[in-house]
Design a binder for this molecule. Structure first.
Ligand code: NAD
Length: 316
């Protein structure tokens, strides 16, 4: 199957995530069947999509005509067979219950003798486990959208152990065609986003238990870390602050807290020993050869000022 062969998309589950995902596909010119076992949820989903489009209209992100066209491309149904009958791609967005998900995949597999890519929006369940309910695990893949999917750009793509390269590349191309940004994660619980997020949550909760005020923990994010990580990811941030500093700081923390788990990971030790400290040596996790670090920093500072102005945070 090629990208242009995908015309009809089924979205199974119309709750918090499903309605927004349906909106994105419809906005991308796909004909969408939005299915849920609960007719009330389907009605609510259409109302929510209308509200989302009204906001887009207000913000100049769509036109009246385009919003109407998006809505007209979404059909709702409570019948699974009807939802997937003509679909070349479906995304399952139902309750996070492995038995329910496997049951849905098993049924779709039987209902669709034709070629179809089968995606799950699961946040935690192994894709290989879901795929095991079908006769064609090579067609099964994870597409983990972010709340709120009609606004947030990122979609994690998770190939299971038997997912074919064709399914992976086609799914990636489909996500890109919707204007979204794909990242490819391993099929292990938490994928990329939630593993990063759990690290932040667990440290925030430790600080809270230690007696630091919740307001100060949140302010540490809204007035510093959130701004930094809006403009760059953690790997580049480590390059910018200096991998030598990071290495020595980890050694110190491991010693004072008497916690070997805080020792610098091998990947940092190797960079330290190779003298690759990041921005300051022109090479760290990234290679800046041929680039001006001063220009990179000046551009980041300008972006930071723009961001702080947008957020109405005082610069002084
Ligand atoms: N809420 C989030 O922030 C978020 C973010 C990313 C991924 N997810 C994942 O998306 C999936 C859905 O989450 P949600 O937050 O939209 O849940 P939700 O409870 O809002 O929606 C789930 C919908 O599935 C429907 N449903 C249940 N069984 C069904 C079946 N057999 N066939 C068709 N519809 C069925 C329910 O009626 C409900 O409307 C979960 O796997 C969740 O882990 C959620």
């Amino acid at each position: 199957m090629k990208l242009q062969d995908i015309r009809n998309v089924a979205v199974l589950g119309a709750g918090i995530m499903g309605h927004g995902i349906a909106q994105v596909f419809a906005g991308g010119n796909f004909s969408v069947r939005l299915m849920d076992v609960d007719p009330g949820t389907l009605n609510k989903a259409l109302d929510r999509i209308k509200q989302n489009l009204d906001l887009f209209l207000k913000k100049g992100l769509t036109t009246e005509k385009s919003a109407q066209a998006t809505l007209s491309r979404i059909m709702t149904t409570t019948d699974l067979g009807e939802a997937v009958a003509d679909a070349q791609f479906f995304v399952e967005v139902i309750t996070e219950n492995i038995d329910l998900k496997k049951d849905t995949f098993r049924k779709v597999d039987a209902l669709c003798p034709h070629e179809i890519i089968m995606a799950s929006n699961t946040s935690t369940i192994k894709i290989a486990d879901i795929a095991s309910a079908t006769t064609r695990p090579e067609n099964v893949i994870g597409t983990h959208w972010m709340l709120t999917p009609h606004i947030r750009p990122l979609v994690e793509i998770i190939p299971g152990e038997k997912t074919s390269l064709e399914t992976r590349e086609l799914t990636k191309a489909l996500i890109i065609s919707l204007g979204k940004v794909p990242i490819v994660a391993d099929d292990m619980p938490g994928f990329i986003i939630n593993r990063l997020q759990v690290g932040v949550f667990s440290q925030a909760l430790k600080l809270l238990e230690q007696g630091i005020s919740k307001e100060d923990i949140d302010r540490a994010w809204t007035h510093h870390l959130g701004l930094r990580y809006c403009l760059m990811g953690p790997i580049q941030a480590m390059d910018s602050m200096g991998l030598d500093t990071l290495y020595l700081a980890c050694l110190y923390l491991a010693a004072v807290y008497n916690d070997p788990g805080l020792n610098p990971p091998n990947v940092v030790k190797e960079k330290f020993e190779a003298g690759e400290f990041g921005y300051k040596t022109g090479k760290g996790f990234y290679d800046y050869t041929g680039k001006s670090i001063d220009e990179i920093v000046a551009k980041q500072n300008e972006e930071l000022i723009n961001l702080m102005k947008t957020l109405d945070i005082k610069i002084c």
